[in-house]
Design a protein around this ligand. Sequence first.
Ligand SMILES: [Zn+2]
Length: 194
Amino acid sequence: MNEDLPGILRKHGVLLEGHFLLASGRHSARYFEKFRILEHPQLCETFSRTIADRFRDDDISVVCGPTTGGIIIAYEVARQLGTRCVIAEPADRGRRIGRGFQVNGDDRVLVVDDVMTTGGSIVDTLAALRSYPGRVAGIGVFIDRSGGSSRLQQPYFAVYEQSVETFPEEDCPLCRDGMPLTKPGRSSDSARGS
Ligand SMILES: [Zn+2]
């Protein structure tokens, strides 16, 4: 994508700037509302194309995404690459590849997700895929806000990287400046970073 990505993300309400109370209880000056991308299929298509282009020469045969946002992205990236699409859904512990989806020994899997925060949903998806003989050939996300803290062994690509500094309430410069605190709208699902 050679357009002004931060501008596009601000325009669509994906990248919010202010004073936010995060699910972790910490405060930050930035917040990514990933569902603002997913509600615009054309924006989702554009982001997905950037991921698809990055892995187009890697013989990907399956794209796998974790619920909820990851399903939409996996479907769109798979559509663009002409591959299959499978879903990693929550299980009693971590995630599982259910619904009769199969990943075979000759499959090369691309794992995709919306926002990389701590990497939890991607790590759980990789763990679920280890029950199958296929090989994970890459990982692609729309937005990486982890600041490089996630350590993944497979080739990794983020369409947009922006680390988000967070503060404990007692040491928050925005609180000191008296800026009103906002709790971004989110479901319990996105609060877990899935
Ligand atoms: Zn604060």
